[in-house]
Design a protein around this ligand. Structure first.
Ligand code: CA
Ligand code: CA
Ligand code: CA
Length: 360
């Protein structure tokens, strides 16, 4: 009864879908219940969504000539929905030869990998890469959405969870991306969300041979293109028999943290420059010296926003020194303050990193 009712509701919602965008649309749902899927790399728990997967079928210009050779060499589909906490994506990849664990840090796309690109514009999207290491552990890396995009963030510091599981025809990825991470890009939940998904195929020890993507850019194939995902609100409680609170099962992932802020240059504000210099010390891994400079700044400066930036950096540097008590105290103060959402998000990231490091 319940399943039939949900099916009817979903069917109605999909019929309402409109095509107002030049970009391709993927219509899906937003549920008010918590996660109906488990992030474990096995996606039969998505059946309740009752939606045909969308094909990731555009051959990207980076592909070698004649590649992919056929659907078993490389082909892929995805599904997506959201609840109150996360956006969930699952990707089924057919790939006849799996190559994992060879790509250097920050270049996961040189192995077999998927890339989820999310943004409000094509210029500075958030990029998340999911692949696997040689021991079979899921790896998550990515690129921050802001300029200069130099840091290959390990995206799990943002609370992003993913598990990649192989099978005899390829592999499956499930990923949960916190809504607050995407809101920090300027998205509000009533809007369509810009998204592209790429699948990289490496079949030898070199770089990848094929790249398929959901949204191709016919005008400039080298530039990122975004399609649109529409989330239609459904009120119904949705749950699967195995559903839980979106916990990750499967392998535990190693935690590293690369948090940094670009050095402010040519800024007439003296305090900003001094903060920039302190951050250079952090980059040089001179954390104690950085902490000393930050404390000087906090005691001298009257600009509350700059003080909050200093405190965030202070929390991060205490984290790097493994002084988790001090790091936690500062981050909790920031989260309770009226600091802007980006600072609060970063403070939360540090708290998450502390918990994960403690579990090791
Ligand atoms: Ca699952
Ligand atoms: Ca292949
Ligand atoms: Ca491959």
């Amino acid at each position: 009864m319940k399943k039939a009712a949900i099916f009817l509701l979903l069917s109605l919602i999909f019929i309402i879908a409109q095509t107002g965008f030049a970009a391709e649309l993927y219509d899906t749902v937003s549920t008010q219940s918590d996660a109906a899927v488990v992030i474990d790399g096995e996606n039969t728990d998505w059946n309740w969504l009752n939606r045909d997967p969308a094909k990731i079928g555009t051959i990207n210009i980076w592909s070698n000539q004649g590649r992919p050779r056929n659907d078993s060499d490389l082909s892929a589909t995805f599904m997506c929905y959201k609840d109150t906490r996360n956006i969930y994506v699952t990707i089924n990849v057919f790939d006849d030869r799996l190559v994992f664990g060879e790509a250097p840090f920050g270049k996961l796309y040189q192995d077999d990998a998927v890339e989820i690109i999310i943004g409000m514009s094509q210029d500075n999207p958030l990029k998340i890469w999911v692949s696997m290491d040689s021991q079979g552990k899921t790896k998550i890396e990515g690129r921050e959405p802001k300029s200069p995009q130099t840091y290959p963030f390990l995206q799990k510091t943002l609370g992003i969870k993913s598990v990649l599981a192989t099978n005899n025809k390829g592999y499956t990825v499930e990923i949960a991306i916190p809504v607050r991470v995407i809101e920090s890009l300027g998205w509000n939940q009533t809007e369509a969300l810009g998204m592209n998904i790429r699948v990289y195929d490496d079949d030898d020890s070199d770089q990848c041979e094929s790249v398929l993507e959901w949204s191709g850019n016919p005008v400039n194939p080298y530039k990122v293109s975004l399609n649109q995902v529409n989330f239609h609100e459904i009120i119904s409680q949705v749950s699967s028999e195995s559903g839980n609170q979106g916990e990750v099962t499967g392998n535990k992932q190693e935690i590293e943290i690369i948090l940094g802020e670009p050095v402010q240059q040519n800024n007439p504000e003296n305090y900003e420059n001094r903060l920039g210099l302190a951050l250079v010390l952090e980059e040089e891994k001179k954390y104690s010296e950085c902490i000393s400079k930050l404390n000087d700044l906090i005691s001298e400066c009257k600009d509350i926003q700059l003080i909050q930036k200093c405190k965030l950096a202070l929390g991060r540097n205490y984290f790097f020194l493994n002084d988790f008590g001090s790091a936690r105290k500062i981050c909790e103060e920031l989260i309770d303050s009226d600091a802007d959402s980006k600072i609060i998000l970063d403070a939360r990231m540090i708290l998450v990193s502390i918990e994960q490091k403690k579990e090791q």
